[in-house]
Write a protein that binds this ligand. Structure first.
Ligand SMILES: Cc1cc2nc3c(=O)[nH]c(=O)nc-3n(C[C@H](O)[C@H](O)[C@H](O)COP(=O)(O)OP(=O)(O)OC[C@H]3O[C@@H](n4cnc5c(N)ncnc54)[C@H](O)[C@@H]3O)c2cc1C
Length: 488
């Protein structure tokens, strides 16, 4: 074996997964076809539950320090404005940072953790057998084969790993084409100098603006043909009815509202995460949120499998949990695409109704929670579970015998946490057999939402005790379900 886990793709998802595996004690190898990062950015920010997840790994400060522009988060559903103030405190956080910087930070974190990244190596073929996976790789010094126990495709929407593993990628064809240009304007003009320009110009710093046009998908388009500045200019002219005085383009690209999802996120020893598992319109920026949450869901489960303590079904729960979440992302991005793709009177009427509905608290809360994965609830497999079971663990401020801490801080080592919030410490003892996998702690909280919480390494509650519970058999069951048998 060359590796216990081989990750294909050093995009944000592959890097995050590598860090999670490393924190859990596994030494993954990452293979990336680019010799160097491009320095270009698809995403301009990270929004939603993944921001809380970065906080739980102690990384959020690094992202916030690098966020060049602090802009208020202007949320929208299909460009229909959503008033965040109307939603009340739903705990939605955002960091506005270009994807190139996100990848730089994750690269630094991976380097600090000792992750091996082989750049300039492209995977061309994959073959699995019951004992492992053979991966054909071409690099600067020719071709070679790597053998791994588990292979994870984090290699983007056109994933070679997905295709080689024979995993179907069903979905919808594109209805419209978006053309993107990161451009500078002639004579250092700014949008303020161009009051008649109707296409939005998003400032990226250093005089660069992002412009995106949307048009019906042209029949017979050759997607392989490189996009040109003339193509962007012509599209802007059609959208704007006039010219945008562009002097230069730093990056030109096309993307669509095509939406697809891998039929399986696991096929034997091959797994998929991020864009390799799901593609959709980047409306509202769900791509990084979903992909980073895939990585953090998978990391500890794959590590458990590799280290031999995974309970039955733990690794398969990655597909069950994250495929269902991917379906929800396709649901709202497809709905947004439909609302944005046509401008006839019927769609305009529908948009108007939605604009009216989001004037009320519950609809706007519902949409924001759906779009940013704030309402995710994984099935914990227990009858009559506590309302927190399966949900994101609240970030409680805690007093312990060694000082103040918080749930987010307790999750830094990416291990399970058994948090006993009773004065008598009634539940901590039940965790005795699992202390090699779960950190057990007794603490006080000003407003405990439960008598005790068992929190998974990815920040979700596996089990919680209601205030009148004194029994620990449910806790032992949950510990065994998620963390395997107790140590003898
Ligand atoms: C225009 C646009 C704007 C977007 N805006 C946002 C936004 O604001 N917010 C947001 O959250 N998301 C946004 N997204 C989506 C977001 O950029 C993606 O979801 C994100 O990049 C997915 O990360 P990933 O690591 O899964 O894949 P990728 O970023 O695609 O990384 C895949 C990596 O795998 C490598 N690779 C591919 N094939 C091979 C191979 N055979 N061998 C070795 N390496 C290989 C690639 O070189 C690449 O480095 C946007 C997308 C687009 C197109």
């Amino acid at each position: 074996m060359d590796a216990d886990a081989l990750i294909i793709g050093a995009g944000p998802v592959g890097l995050m997964l590598a860090c999670e595996l490393r924190l859990a004690g596994v030494r993954p190898v990452v293979v990336e076809r680019l010799a160097q990062p491009t320095g270009l950015s698809k995403a301009l920010g990270i929004v939603g539950r993944s921001v809380d997840t970065l906080d739980c790994r102690g990384l959020l400060g690094r992202f916030q320090d690098r966020a060049a522009v602090v802009i208020p988060h202007a949320a929208h559903f299909a460009l229909i404005p959503l008033d965040l103030a109307k939603a009340g405190d739903i705990g939605l956080r955002a960091v506005f940072l270009q994807q190139a910087a996100t990848e730089e930070i994750l690269n630094e974190h991976a380097r600090d953790l000792g992750v091996e990244i082989r750049r300039g190596h492209e995977v061309t073929a994959v073959h699995q057998d019951p004992g492992g996976v053979d991966v054909q790789v071409t690099g600067p010094h020719g071709g070679g084969k790597l053998r791994t126990r588990y292979l994870v495709g984090c290699d983007g929407g056109a994933s070679t790993v997905r295709q080689q593993a024979g995993i179907a990628f069903p979905g919808l064809e594109p209805a419209f084409l978006l053309r993107l240009g990161d451009v500078t304007l002639e004579a250092d003009l700014t949008p303020a100098d161009l009051p008649d320009v109707r296409v939005p110009l998003v400032p990226l710093g250093s005089g660069v603006y992002r412009v995106i046009t949307t048009e019906p998908y042209p029949a017979g388009l050759d997607r392989a043909a490189p996009m040109t500045l003339d193509e962007l200019r012509a599209s802007i002219r059609r959208a704007n009815g006039g010219d945008l005085p562009i002097s230069e383009a730093r990056w030109l690209s096309r993307f669509t509202d095509s939406s697809r999802q891998a039929a399986r996120y696991r096929a034997g020893r091959v797994l998929l995460a991020g864009d390799a598992a799901h593609i959709h319109l980047p409306a509202g920026g769900p791509g990084l949120n979903t992909g980073l949450l895939d990585a953090v869901n998978l990391g500890w489960k794959l590590a458990a499998e590799i280290q031999g303590w995974a309970p039955p079904g733990l690794l398969d729960s990655y597909h069950t949990e994250r495929h269902a979440e991917g379906e929800r992302v396709l649901l709202h991005t497809r709905a947004q695409g439909a609302l944005m793709s046509r401008t006839d009177g019927r769609v305009a009427a529908l948009r108007e109704i939605i604009a009216q509905l989001v004037g009320y608290e519950q609809p706007v809360r519902h949409l924001l929670s759906l779009m940013y994965a704030l309402d995710t609830c994984y099935d914990t497999g227990t009858a009559d579970p506590h309302p927190l079971a399966g949900r994101w663990a609240p970030n409680l401020s805690l007093a312990t015998s060694t000082g103040a801490t918080s749930v987010a801080e307790l999750l830094r080592p990416a291990r399970g946490v058994l948090l006993d919030l009773t004065e008598a410490g009634m539940f901590a003892g039940a965790g005795h057999g699992w202390t090699d996998r779960v950190n057990v702690l007794t603490a006080r909280s000003a407003s405990p939402p439960a008598a005790a919480l068992l929190i998974r390494p990815d920040g979700y509650v596996a089990w919680a005790a209601s205030p009148d519970t004194t029994r620990t058999d449910g806790l032992r069951h949950a510990l065994t379900t998620w963390f395997g048998a107790p140590a003898s």
